[in-house]
Write a protein that binds this ligand. Structure first.
Ligand code: KG4
Ligand code: ZN
Length: 354
């Protein structure tokens, strides 16, 4: 008999529950977003997020089990995101999972949210270890060499903002809607990426670390200069600024990926995170992978962005490796995947980047 796990995710602004089997089938994956609750605030408000998780999470679990056609007693274990993330949300999930485990007697496995993202290509495509993972979302940005279910080497990451955060801030300062990524990408289609000279942060330094905060500030300066000179922004200015910003992000990520693949060659380059939806970034990464003789893998978007199927899957992999957690399982705001790597700087609006 195979294993079936319930997964629970609540580390940022999505309440999610899923039921996944060890043969890689996803029996249910329910995601209840909170975008509307945070829309007026220009970012995720941790207290609002935590309260919404506490209200919605058990309903997500019920719905996931119903969609899978199972009762709780039919699953073999419960996996829950135990960090890193906004602590109120992580606590909501961990408390719920502990309650369900205590009530049912099922085994409990605490999962690192980043491990969930990093192991997703094994759920979607069944690829073997090792591979290189580029995680690019609103809260995370790092290169990981994935060598086992609990064996991650961080080759580099952002020293300030995550790229999605930069897309969101650029959208905001240009008067475009949130989430900023899709809005900036749409505006960029009509833009000239060469009109404005924007920096390529950290390209002059060796290694795979990245920085996006200066790039966002450079867009702000160009905007202010235009507003001072002509009293406002024309549609074309907006498009050109978006195109220039997007090209800079794609170029920097592509070059750092080239370096990561040179540093730690791998047969597969995989991406995860909401920013992986960006078509010019995907095209740039595809070229880099081809140059290095690696296969480029981008899981379907609903499994690239935050979801609980990845948590259930990471829970299965950890359980198969012998991991079990008890009632002492702690919710952790910070939890670096690579314990040996130096701590990252900064904690953005979407919580600790670990
Ligand atoms: O992974 P995700 O859904 O949530 C977390 O951050 O955990 O990622 C959301 C981020 C947002 O910042 C959003 O603006 C960005 O991904 N994003 C994009 C695109 N679609 C979403 N960024 C660039 N281009 C896109 N097409
Ligand atoms: Zn995430």
């Amino acid at each position: 008999m195979g294993l079936t796990f319930l997964g629970i995710e609540s580390s940022c602004d999505d309440s999610a529950a899923a039921v996944v089997r060890d043969d890689r089938s996803i029996l249910a994956s329910v995601v209840a977003g909170q975008a509307a609750l945070h829309a007026d605030f220009g970012g995720v408000v941790p207290e609002i997020a935590a309260r919404a998780h506490a209200e919605k999470l058990d309903l997500c679990v019920e719905e996931a089990l119903a969609q899978a056609g199972l009762r709780l007693s039919d699953v073999d274990g419960i996996a829950v995101t135990a960090g890193p993330g906004l602590i109120g949300g992580v606590l909501s999930g961990v408390m719920l999972a502990k309650g369900l485990a205590a009530g049912s007697g099922l085994p409990l496995v605490g999962v690192n949210h980043l491990a969930g993202h990093a192991l997703t290509p094994r759920l979607t495509d069944g690829i073997p270890f090792p591979y290189l993972m580029l995680l690019v979302s609103g809260g995370h940005c790092q290169f990981l060499r994935v060598e086992g279910p609990a064996d991650f080497t961080r080759l580099g990451g952002t020293i300030d903002d995550a790229p999605g955060e930069a897309f969101d801030k650029v959208a905001k300062l240009l008067g475009l809607p949130q989430p900023g990524g899709p809005a900036v990408e749409a505006a960029a289609r009509a833009g000239d990426p060469r009109r404005f000279a924007l920096p390529r942060p950290l390209l002059d330094r060796p290694g795979c670390d990245l920085s996006f905060s200066g790039l966002k500030t450079a867009v702000l300066r160009q905007r202010d200069a235009l507003v001072a000179a002509q009293g406002g922004l024309h549609e074309q200015d907006r498009a050109d600024l978006c195109a220039g910003f997007q090209a800079a992000v794609a170029e920097v990520l592509a070059e750092k990926t080239r370096r990561a693949l040179a540093l730690a060659p791998a047969p597969v380059l995989a991406v995860a995170g909401g920013v992986a939806a960006n078509e010019s970034l995907r095209a740039a990464l595809q070229r880099v992978a081809a140059e290095a003789g690696a296969t480029f893998l981008a899981p379907p978007l609903r499994l690239c962005t935050d979801n609980a199927a990845m948590i259930a899957w990471a829970g299965i992999e950890a359980y198969q490796a012998g991991r079990r957690d008890g009632m002492e399982l702690a919710a952790r705001p910070r939890w670096p995947l690579d314990q040996g790597a130096a701590p990252m700087l900064g904690a953005g609006k979407r919580g600790a980047k670990a």
